[in-house]
Design a protein around this ligand. Structure first.
Ligand SMILES: NC(=O)c1ccc[n+]([C@@H]2O[C@H](COP(=O)([O-])OP(=O)(O)OC[C@H]3O[C@@H](n4cnc5c(N)ncnc54)[C@H](O)[C@@H]3O)[C@@H](O)[C@H]2O)c1
Length: 483
């Protein structure tokens, strides 16, 4: 418990994942919504609502929006065929029969597809939101209408946030035996308030960087009392969510906020990891002149081989039109850099936290802040120079654009398999520790998505397997994933 409390919880941190995880207070505008939190002033907690079957085992903004939410879920299903096929394949066996899953994730059309898949596989689910802004109210209503005990709405207060989690955990006659968390707040709440529940919990599946970090700290302190699966570091997340999701969403976020044309513009990308690689590839394709900064010689060499100029930020800071941080580090763009930028330079962050750009250093009396659009601030220097700061240095794509459903499908399928694995694992397979999903399952997640491309996997022959020293039934060597 103490280990947990050392870490920031809800306020001021972001847990990433695609999927989409971020600080529960970060704004998240990508979810389409038919209503916003201001459509009526009565708190959902004060309302008496029932679904068409007479159940009131939920708390959402407005149950009457369920039909709109159902349409959103159906649209998401179109690009989540792997999850649907997992649903169909495993429906007969019901590998989650008896599972009582308490979940805390973003509540969007895509997570609704995951939740409904878990239900179709036999689980009972109770769900709250891991972010106070990201709930699609109509989707929450559709889940409630379908009988899921969902407690979430867009624009929850801090108190509502914990109340919703509590309503999911603290139920008479129902005790969770699995946790699916995104950010670690739910796990934290159970540790703090209801540690006895862990006697029945078979495992925790955690998706975000922050949540995983908190789990490792617990494990190190010998306080983790159940097995946990780290989905954040699984190959299917790192190589797809971080790389391809960012490749698709960086331009969307920049365009929506600035209308800038990228052909011929000079852009510097800080960090050439998965996220940086995705951003650079997208910008290069539009004809931007892309510079990269790196601290790791291997990634720096990769950037060179991919045709990017590797530079120090201070070398190019005066001339670039756009600065993008993707390092997961802090204070990568300092006040000194910001002082030296040219007029109208756009500055944004694609990394985990809002500390990559030293935004705090810009809150000084000599600088004027002008909000020009939602998520766009002009910071104005005394000589009239303006720097265009996007999303106040928070994750650009999660704050200002949408995230591709297909990538969320990969992460959601990984989460579903992690739950199935932990729930069905024989006694002793997993100890009270943090695990990565077995490689074989990463391969399975990938293969489930291949039919979307009408792709046909070549079968490894016995001879070839012997030659390569592989077990034909896999998993393949970890380094087969590297490039
Ligand atoms: N925006 C999104 O949708 C999204 C998706 C996934 C991950 N992320 C986040 O983006 C960040 C990067 O993720 P990743 O998977 O690319 O990680 P990564 O570890 O693969 O890459 C980070 C790179 O930054 C480099 N770096 C660190 N400090 C630096 C500095 N001061 N200057 C220049 N380079 C520096 C590292 O050497 C590394 O190569 C993480 O915080 C991650 O949580 C964001």
């Amino acid at each position: 418990m103490q280990e947990f409390s050392k870490f920031p919880t809800k306020t001021g941190r972001r847990s990433l994942s695609r999927s989409i995880s971020q600080s529960s207070t970060d704004s998240y505008s990508s979810a389409a919504s038919y209503t916003d939190s201001s459509d009526d002033e009565v708190s959902p907690r004060e309302k008496q609502q029932t679904n068409s079957k007479g159940s009131s085992n939920f708390c959402v903004k407005n149950i009457k929006q369920a039909e709109f939410g159902r349409r959103e879920i159906e649209i998401a299903e179109q690009d989540m065929s792997a999850l649907i096929s997992l649903r169909k394949r495993a429906q007969g066996e019901k590998p989650l029969a008896g599972a009582k899953i308490v979940g805390c994730t973003h509540i969007t059309a895509q997570t609704a597809v995951l939740i409904e898949t878990l239900c179709a596989l036999g689980a009972q689910c109770r769900w709250s939101a891991c972010n106070i802004y990201s709930t699609q109210n109509e989707v929450a209503a559709a889940l409630a209408e379908a009988g899921v005990a969902v407690f979430a709405w867009k624009g929850e207060s801090e108190d509502d946030f914990w109340w919703c989690i509590d309503r999911c955990v603290n139920v008479e006659g129902w005790q969770a035996n699995m946790i699916l968390d995104d950010g670690g707040d739910l796990t934290h709440w159970v540790y703090k308030k209801y540690p006895n529940i862990f006697k029945k919990i078979r495992g925790i599946v955690e998706e975000s960087v922050t949540g995983v970090h908190r789990l490792y700290q617990l494990s190190k302190a010998g306080k983790l009392c159940v097995p946990a699966m780290n989905v954040n570091d699984s190959v299917t997340k790192q190589k797809f969510d971080n790389l391809y999701c960012c490749r698709e969403s960086i331009l969307d976020g920049l365009k929506r906020t600035t209308d800038v044309m990228f052909g011929g513009k000079q852009v510097v990308v800080c960090g050439y990891g998965e996220v940086g690689k995705g951003c650079c590839a997208a910008l290069k394709a539009l004809g931007a002149i892309v510079y990269v900064t790196e601290i790791d010689p291997i990634c720096a060499l990769q950037a060179c081989m991919d045709g990017f100029r590797v530079v120090k930020l201070s070398e190019v800071i005066r001339q670039v039109d756009v600065v993008i941080t993707c390092t997961g580090n802090k204070n990568v763009v300092t006040r000194e850099h910001l002082d030296r930028m040219k007029n109208s330079c756009i500055v944004c962050n694609m990394g985990h936290s809002n500390t990559e750009i030293d935004v705090t250093s810009l809150r000084t009396p000599e600088l004027t802040w002008e909000r020009v659009r939602s998520q766009v601030d002009h910071v104005i220097w005394p000589d009239g120079k303006r720097v265009v700061l996007l999303a106040e240095g928070r994750l650009l794509n999660l704050s200002c654009s949408t995230v591709p459903t297909f990538v969320l499908s990969i992460t959601a399928t990984t989460q579903a398999l992690a739950l199935i694995e932990l729930y069905n694992a024989p006694e002793g397979r997993y100890k009270q520790d943090v695990y990565l999903l077995p490689k074989k399952m990463d391969e399975y997640v990938a293969s489930l998505h291949l039919p979307s491309f009408d792709a046909h996997l070549t079968e490894l022959t016995d001879d070839q397997a012997k030659y390569l020293g592989l077990n034909k039934n896999g998993p393949f060597k970890p380094n087969y994933y590297r490039y």
